[in-house]
Design a protein around this ligand. Structure first.
Ligand code: FAD
Length: 388
């Protein structure tokens, strides 16, 4: 008789029937549409973004925590559970949903005009339109306030020039939320990707997040009408608030990659024999499992706590930093440790563990690197800003 790691503390008791029902739907869609194919997508470095978006939209996963405009309006905890299940399939697949819902749709939902919302959100929620979010530039990642993408006035129009780099979904996107510097500071623009002067090139040769489409967006004299500006987004705090939304999903998502790694290693160690008995029976292996299960559950309790705060409307950005820093760091440690338990098979795409570990290297870096989250927490603790 064995117990699954997250059942040690009976964490399901923390959830409502509705939350568990939503989780079951997402788990099934991942089992049916992601698990059978994801190793192949990963090896090829190609993922059917549009097909997946339609599939996820069919159960309300795109912009699922946003109310209105065709979105499901689910709770933050339900959204977190969805992220966990998606990332148990693959971090890249969860990224597709995060970027669509928490970055592109959220930016339009929170800062857009009624016309922006009517034009884009229903189609994005339905998976007919793919969005992306362009903040990072080739020379400005952790320090987006130094961005060099510029938007200037030409009559009533805006002209955008610059380059955005490492933009998830960009090569397949219909619309980008692009952040650019204007005379007034940092502003957001809704940019249809078929606007003349916009080109998106795929980033090749990734060794992580290969089941995700990543690109560079070049904006060369892109002329946009006056109403392309997100009217309510003023200053860098607007894109940073979108990142807080997406980071919250990562707090949960990373646990999915860790859980899947741990389940795989447990199943493997129970069946694999060396020295005449299952490797799961060796004390050193059990120590690895015990430590990983403890960290997984601690991370889960943290995610539930942050989720309940989000649903109560009192979640603060530095609290999300605590969750992202801890849960991604620990998920990566769990995936690496589980990899060792699979021995040579641990490096094979036949098993998901090394794929999760490689993906989590990206998750550690995007949406604020672990160092930047340490600095955010450090600033709160000391009252002294070490960056910015
Ligand atoms: P840098 O900022 O150059 O950092 C390099 C190192 O220096 C890091 O370890 C960092 O922590 C450290 N460092 C920097 N400043 C400090 C400091 N003050 N103190 C201590 N250490 C510091 N961006 C988007 O806008 N949209 C997307 O959709 C998107 N998708 C992505 C998908 C993938 C697969 C990847 C890999 C990245 C994606 N990003 C996206 C970009 C991501 O957000 C950036 O990579 C991230 O912000 C880090 O920026 P950087 O890579 O330029 O690293």
């Amino acid at each position: 008789m064995t117990t699954r790691p997250l059942d040690l503390l009976d964490v399901d008791a923390l959830h409502s029937e509705e939350e568990l029902a939503i989780r079951a739907v997402v788990r099934r869609i991942v089992d049916d549409h992601v698990r059978p194919n994801v190793a192949q997508w990963y090896e090829r470095g190609q993922v059917p973004v549009r097909d997946l978006a339609k599939e996820f939209a069919s159960v309300g996963l795109l912009g699922m925590h946003l109310p209105g405009h065709g979105c499901a309006g689910a709770s933050a905890v339900a959204y977190g559970l969805a992220c966990l299940e998606l990332e148990a399939g693959d971090s890249g697949v969860r990224s597709l949903v995060s970027v669509q819902g928490s970055l592109a749709m959220f930016a339009i939902w929170k800062y857009g005009s009624d016309e922006h919302k009517d034009r884009w959100l229903p189609g994005m929620a339905a998976g007919d339109l793919i969005g992306c979010f362009g903040l990072t530039e080739p020379d400005h990642g952790s320090d987006p306030g130094s961005m060099t993408t510029r938007a200037r006035r030409d009559g009533d129009d805006w002209i955008l020039d610059g380059t955005k780099m490492w933009i998830t979904n960009a090569p397949v996107a219909d619309v980008a939320v692009v952040w650019a510097r204007t005379e007034a500071g940092v502003n957001g623009f809704v940019v249809p990707m078929d606007t003349p002067g916009v080109t998106a090139r795929e980033v090749k040769h990734k060794l992580s997040l290969r089941a995700s489409c990543t690109g560079e967006i070049v904006l060369d004299g892109v002329r946009l009408p006056a109403d392309a500006l997100l009217p309510a987004a003023r200053g860098l705090k607007a894109p940073l608030s979108c990142l807080t939304e997406a980071r919250y999903g990562i707090v949960w998502g990373a646990l999915g990659a860790a859980r899947d790694s741990l389940h795989t290693a447990l199943d493997y160690a129970g069946a694999r024999e060396q020295f005449g008995r299952p490797i799961a029976g060796f004390q050193l292996t059990q120590a690895k499992f015990a430590d990983a299960a403890v960290e997984l559950q601690k991370g889960y309790l943290l995610a539930v706590h942050l989720g309940r705060r989000a649903d109560a409307g009192v979640l603060r950005p530095e609290q999300v930093s605590v969750g992202k820093l801890n849960n991604v760091r620990e998920a990566l440690a769990i995936a690496r440790q589980c990899r060792t338990i699979l021995g040579a098979n641990g490096i094979s795409a036949e098993y998901p563990v090394m794929r999760h570990a490689a993906n989590l290297e990206t998750v550690l870096t995007y949406e604020g690197t672990s160092e930047i989250h340490q600095l955010v927490i450090g600033q709160k603790l000391t009252g002294l800003a070490a960056f910015g």
